[in-house]
Design a protein around this ligand. Sequence first.
Ligand SMILES: Cc1ncc(C[n+]2csc(CCOP(=O)(O)OP(=O)(O)O)c2C)c(N)n1
Length: 355
Amino acid sequence: MSPLYQVLTPEGQLVQDIAGLPDEATMIKMLENMLLVRLFDRKSINLQRQGRMGTYAPFEGQEASQVGSAMALAPGDWLFPTYRDHAAAIVHGQSMMRVFLYWMGHMEGSISPKNLNIMPPCVPIATQMVHAVGTAWASKLQNEKHVSLAYFGDGATSEGDFHEALNFAGVFKTPTVFFCQNNGFAISVPFEQQSASKTIAQRAAAYDIPGVRIDGNDIFAVWLTMKNAIERAHAGEGPTLIEAMTYRYGAHTTADDPKKYRDQDRLSEEWRQERDPIQRLRVYLEKQGLWNEEKESDFIAGAGVKIDAALAEAESYPKSRPEDMFKHVYAEPTWMASEQEKELVKPAKQEGIPA
Ligand SMILES: Cc1ncc(C[n+]2csc(CCOP(=O)(O)OP(=O)(O)O)c2C)c(N)n1
C-alpha cells in the first residue's frame, strides 16, 4: 500500500523539520478558513432542519482537504467542485450567499463571481473530472498557466469518467490536479466493497502519472502536496492524482441516516477526538504563540456575523420557481422537457391532488 504522507500529527506536532511550510499568516488563515466553513456547515444543517433549505450535503471532518487544497490555488485557476465541496468554493472566492442560494434551490446559487473560474457544484458523479481535463487542456493550448482542480469522492473512482479523465490527462499532459477526498463511503457503500485495489493513489500508475496518498486531515500535507502538483503542472509535466484520506462526521446528505450503515457513534467520535483537522492545527499554532482562546472567540463572533448577513441576503431573494429547472439546459427544449414542464406547472387541482 502507498505510504501515507503526513506533516502535522494529530497531536499538532511536525513529523520532521520540513522545507516549504506555509508562512505564519497563511497558517493562521488556514485555521480561520476551517473555523469559518465549519460554522457555515453547521448553520446549513440547522437551516435544513428548520425547513429553510431544501437539502444539504455536509462536509464536517473534511475541512483540511478542502481548505488546504483551495488555498494552494491562484485566482485564475479552475475549480470543479462536487455537491460536497462548498468549503473549497468559498475559499476560492465563491460567496456564502450564493452557496446558501444553491441549497435553497435557486439557480443563481451556481453563478461564479466575475473573473473566477468556479464551476457549479457537480451532482452527477465524476462527470466534472472530464470537464476539468478539458479546461486544463485549453489552458495549456492557450499558454495560460492555469491549473484545473477536480474534486471527487472515493465513489467517483468506480465511474468510467474517472478512468477516461486520467487517461486523457496522462496522454496530453494536461495541467489537472485530481483531488480525491476518500471519506471511506459512497453514501452507504464502504470503499472496500467497491474497489479491489487497496488505494486510489495506486491507480495513477496505470496512466503513468504520480499518485500520492496523504493524510487529508493534515492541512500542511494537503497544501504542500497541492503546491507540488501545481508546480509540476506549470512545468508542463502534466496531472497528479491526490488521494486524501479523510472522514465525513455526519450524514451523506440531510436526507439519510448514517446509523443505518455504519457504527456512526463510535467511528465519528473516534475521528473527531483523534484526528480532527481543526484541532491539530489549533494546537500547533497555540504552541507557536500564534493563536489563543481570545483570538478564536473574536474570530468566531465575526464569522457568525458574516454568515448571518449572507443568509439574510439569500433569504431575501424571491422564492425559487420549480419551472426554472428547465432553463439553461437546452437552447431549444426537447418535446419531453416541454411536456414535463407543462405537467409541473399544471395546477395541483387538475391532478386530483387536494390543494
Ligand atoms: C452518475 C451518478 N450515479 C449515481 C449517483 C447517486 N449518488 C449520489 S452521491 C453518490 C455517492 C458518491 O460517493 P463519493 O464519490 O465517495 O462522494 P462523497 O459523497 O462521499 O463525497 C451516488 C452514488 C449520482 N449522483 N450520479
